[in-house]
Design a protein around this ligand. Structure first.
Ligand SMILES: [Zn+2]
Ligand SMILES: [Zn+2]
Length: 581
């Protein structure tokens, strides 16, 4: 389906003028033998993403990692000399490099290297016996890793997609091993299940009380742990496991994550809810010149407050790394029924009362307020994981109070996920300048589950209400939250445009947005979320030559087939860092 395309002469003229200005100043400062344009891209759909409506250019010229000309091919050819690399796109599509509005790059590498327990189509774990055999298979193939780490680790199981519609328990996992501790992490990363050996090592017994902000699920006797751990009950033992990795392993995991992102066209990635240790791993890799894409870390303010006071944030990258702000987590996840809602879940988890609404991760509002105050006081950008609308109320109230105390400012506080924000909450967010970063991928992965199991039809139809934000003139971003979902830029686009569930139903037809808006949410608008709109997000003169080549133009295919689009090449500051060939 063809979308209306604005002709570009006016843009072209402006770009040409800007390009010529830059060119003449470069020409003066460079020796005569230096190449003018290092590369010129032409012959395809060059969608600049600048402006409110689609604009195409004929050619893009780059030099020293930056874009020096955008416009007609004739103008670009003026910058060509014998050393200029001419790149014929041959009908393919060139876009600005994708920007990860929210994800966990290190954990994505961790997922890539652990047993894949994702349900189809991203994995094979469709029932518990299959899941157990996948773990056994991974165990037999990874003796060295298990020997080193001491654990069998699986990632991505989803109780809503398992035939049994329940979490695997300690008793199930004991069938894989009773000697080696096993932890399998739920696709939401907010829950996990352990075998008895792992529970023993974590010191979790019938006598253990539930930690604040977490639940140790129990057998019918109400005491004996069944192996399933929610939120804080899972994070504490998991951090210990992760901390046992040596530096070398941690670096390998980090680079595997960054590489995986690049395969999906991302040139900027986020390390959300970073620990001090993982932040330092990225820092070290940056110092050693090993990073190919930009990594922006947001350490967990609750856990790493002392570290943040020492480290602070930076506005610019050094060797592709910076600490960009802080992360807060206000609740859990709706698919795991731990998101904090104002109205009850449709079907509550076993053992919970009928009016169960999930729960806050930071139960005391004073604690939340002092964390937000600390961030405002230090001018640290806040990214707040907020899924349920009760959690959204808590965040909005805390930001409003902090703003009263510290004054108005361009802080771009981000509500990460914002999945169940109500219309009245969007009004307040607009007023306070809180940016929603939506998670429309849920419409596909958990859409049916939300409609039937967790939220019910009314709330499910308007999860990640992108069109409600647009109507208010708000810009927003979209994310994959990898490793919760694969770091697939293409699935972000597909789900934000189509909102079709696994079963093929459309979840909230009136919340769908155009492919151009979906692209905006991972390019131009995502650069704004990072305060990086001057250097990234659009193909414009003076910005970084962060680019991605797709086999097809998302604006020119049938929207239902966007998911079939392939990322062919990823270019960071003029260098190809991923190529399909
Ligand atoms: Zn989150
Ligand atoms: Zn996340």
């Amino acid at each position: 389906m063809l979308r209306d395309i604005k002709p570009y002469p006016l843009v072209l003229k402006n770009c040409l003028i800007a390009g010529m200005t830059i060119f003449s100043s470069l020409a003066l400062s460079q020796p005569a033998t230096a190449p003018r344009a290092e590369a010129i891209y032409f012959g395809g759909n060059i969608l600049t993403m600048a402006g409110d409506t689609p604009r195409y250019a004929e050619a893009v010229a780059i030099r020293n990692g930056k874009i020096i000309n955008v416009g007609s091919k004739a103008a670009a050819l003026q910058l060509r000399d014998e050393r200029t690399r001419m790149v014929d796109l041959a009908g393919k599509t060139l876009l600005p490099g994708f920007i990860d509005a929210h994800g966990h790059t290190w954990m994505t590498g961790f997922q890539k290297l652990s047993a894949n327990l994702l349900p189809p189509p991203d994995g094979q774990a469709s029932d518990i016996p299959t899941l157990l055999s996948l773990l056994k298979e991974w165990q037999s193939k990874n003796p060295v890793a298990i020997d080193k780490v001491g654990w069998i680790i699986g990632f991505g199981y989803d109780d809503s997609q398992l035939a049994e519609k329940r979490h695997p328990t300690a008793a199930d996992l004991d069938q894989v091993s009773t000697e080696i501790p096993i932890v399998i992490i739920h696709q939401s990363s907010h829950l996990a299940s352990m075998n008895h050996k792992a529970l023993e090592l974590a010191g979790i017994t019938a006598a253990s009380p539930n930690p604040a902000g977490g639940v140790i699920r129990r057998l019918a006797d109400g005491r004996t742990p069944d192996g399933v751990l929610e939120e804080m009950a899972f994070f504490a033992p998991m951090f210990k496991v992760l901390a046992s990795f040596d530096q070398n392993a941690s670096e390998k995991i980090a680079l595997a994550g960054a590489d995986y992102y690049a395969q999906f066209g991302f040139t900027t990635a986020q390390e959300g809810r970073a620990s001090k240790q993982i932040t330092q791993t990225w820092h070290k890799l940056a110092d050693e010149g090993k990073l190919k894409i930009d990594i922006a870390a947001y350490p967990d303010l609750q856990a790493e407050s002392t570290f943040m006071s020492e480290a602070g944030t930076k506005k610019t990258y050094r060797n592709h790394f910076r600490i960009a702000g802080v992360k807060l987590s206000l609740d859990g996840s709706p698919q795991g029924k731990t998101a904090w809602l104002s109205e009850p879940y449709v079907h509550v988890p076993p053992g919970q009362p009928a009016d169960y609404r999930g729960y806050p991760a930071i139960p005391k509002s004073d604690d939340l307020q002092s964390l937000v105050n600390q961030a405002f006081n230090n001018n640290w950008q806040v990214l707040a994981h907020t899924n349920g609308d009760a959690a959204a109320d808590a965040l909005i109230n805390a930001v409003a109070k902090a703003e009263k105390r510290y004054g108005k400012g361009d802080r771009r506080t981000v509500m990460i996920h914002a999945q169940t924000v109500r219309e009245d909450q969007l009004d307040r967010m607009k007023q306070l300048g809180i940016v929603p970063s939506f998670f429309s991928m849920h419409t596909y992965y958990w859409g049916d589950w939300h409609r039937d199991e967790t939220l019910g039809k009314d709330r499910a139809l308007r999860i990640s209400p992108t069109q409600s934000a647009l109507k208010r003139g708000m810009w927003f971003t979209e994310h994959h939250d990898a490793p919760v979902a694969l770091p697939s830029s293409i699935m972000i686009l597909h789900t934000t445009v189509n909102r079709t569930t696994r079963s093929g139903a459309v979840l909230g037809e009136d919340q769908r947005v155009s492919p151009y808006i979906a692209l905006k949410s991972i390019t131009d608008w995502a650069s704004r979320q990072y305060f990086e709109e001057k250097s990234k997000g659009t193909i414009s003169v003076g910005k970084l030559a962060d680019l991605v080549i797709l086999d097809k133009d998302p604006l020119k295919v049938d929207p239902a087939t966007i998911r079939d689009i392939k990322v062919l090449e990823t270019i960071k500051e003029g260098k190809t860092i991923f190529s399909q060939n």
